[in-house]
Ligand binder design. Structure first.
Ligand code: NDP
Ligand code: ZN
Length: 357
């Protein structure tokens, strides 16, 4: 009889539950991995409770995990059972045309590099499948604990990607809209890329403290009035060179366009879970001639990205402990951690479930 695994699944929009299903099978290029630590993501909340990607029936959730390799396919060269690995949330098909065009994250179609908890079962199962193991796994360095390493799978690469999309240069003044775990990593990314002033937008004091620790020079509370006015006030009416967006809604782009200088760049990684249109203000956008650039993206995944980000943690340039505010122990705690993410108490940055150290 086929082996069964247990997993925390989306039963349908608005409902989660534990299910049993057949264990995944390993293709020649692939690996099967068991999670050692895993974390829920705000994207899981958009998926289940906002129905942001449409209906999914009994799909195992989760896309943030580090794990231990259990099986590899016959053509896998660099990994073997027993290896401890970082598994990126985005696992592209590296032989696709999109990868050859430089956008592996969209391999097989828009956003299709995002497979876990989107097109296939995610990492909240006792065993999960990783396509193209040599291209998508990275060895977990011994010096990085599994909890911190889990942040390298999605929060770090996504937050940093906002800073990359905004093309931050030495000395830039930057506004980071949103300082949840992703936005905090935008702040850290902007700081590492050489931003001078970093104006961070959020309302929760614990996030604001963490943002200061990652390099924010000013905190702006969006609940205290229009953030455009607050940014203009803090920049002598000049606005900012760059904007990273990792929070807000379909109206946030409008604010970003208003606060960025002509020639400025906006990097959005926020996942807009609802609304039909994103608003761009015509006049503030120079009637279409402002050289205000809007860039948006899904995080780049893959092995090299994981290895490079891990090296920032290994060398002490990036400390991920302040991200982990709520720690759980044991596979069964995934449900509690996910529901906590949904509730989002004010002191929560990121919950983490350690299954095995
Ligand atoms: P959180 O919900 O934890 O953080 C959102 C942040 O935005 C908080 O700081 C919040 O402030 C702030 N915020 C909320 N409303 C507004 C508003 N109207 N104006 C300004 N700021 C506001 O989310 P995460 O950090 O976990 O994730 C951020 C986004 O990134 C999510 O949409 C997530 O799905 C997405 N994402 C995208 C990925 C990609 O590859 N592109 C991958 C992973 C995640 P406060 O709570 O303090 O009030
Ligand atoms: Zn995510």
């Amino acid at each position: 009889m086929a082996k069964k695994i247990k997993g925390l699944a989306m039963r349908k929009i608005g409902e989660i539950g534990w299910i049993e299903k057949e264990a995944p099978k390993c293709g020649p290029l692939d690996a099967l991995v068991k999670p050692l630590a895993a974390a829920p993501c705000s994207s899981d909340i958009h998926t289940v409770w906002e129905g942001a990607i449409g209906e999914r029936t009994d799909m195992i959730l989760g896309h943030e995990a580090v794990g231990e390799v259990v099986e590899v396919g016959s053509m896998v060269k660099d990994f073997k059972p027993g290896d401890r690995v970082i598994v990126p949330a985005i696992t592209p098909d590296w032989m696709s045309r999109e990868a050859q065009a430089g956008f592996a994250t969209h391999s097989g179609g828009m956003l299709a590099g995002w497979k876990f908890s989107n097109f296939k079962d995610g990492v909240f199962g006792e065993l999960f499948h990783v396509n193209e193991a040599d291209g998508n796994l990275a060895i977990l360095p011994d010096s990085i604990p599994v909890a911190e390493a889990t942040m390298i799978t999605d929060m770090v690469p996504t937050g940093f990607h906002a800073a990359e999309l905004a093309d931050i240069k030495l000395g830039d003044t930057v506004c980071c809209i949103g300082i949840g775990p992703v936005g905090l990593m935008s702040v850290a990314g902007a700081n590492l890329m050489g931003a001078s002033h970093i104006l961070a937008v959020g309302s929760r004091p614990d996030c604001a403290n963490a943002a200061r620790g990652y390099g924010a020079t000013d905190i702006i509370n969006y609940k205290n009035g229009d953030i455009v006015e607050q940014v203009l006030e803090k920049t002598d009416g000049k606005g900012v060179d760059k904007v990273c967006i990792a929070g807000g809604d379909v109206h946030t782009m409008e604010q970003a366009v208003k606060m960025v200088k002509p020639g400025g760049k906006i990097g959005n990684v926020n996942y807009l879970g609802s609304g039909d249109y994103v608003f761009v203000p015509r006049v503030d956008w120079g009637c279409g001639m402002s050289h205000k650039f809007i860039h948006c993206g899904l995080m780049p995944g893959g092995r090299l990205r994981m290895e490079k980000l891990a090296s920032l943690v290994e060398t002490g340039k990036l400390n991920l402990s302040p991200m982990l505010t709520h720690r759980f122990k044991g596979f069964d705690k995934l449900e509690e951690a996910l529901l906590l993410m949904k509730e989002k108490p004010r002191d929560l940055i990121k919950p983490i479930v350690v299954i095995e150290e």
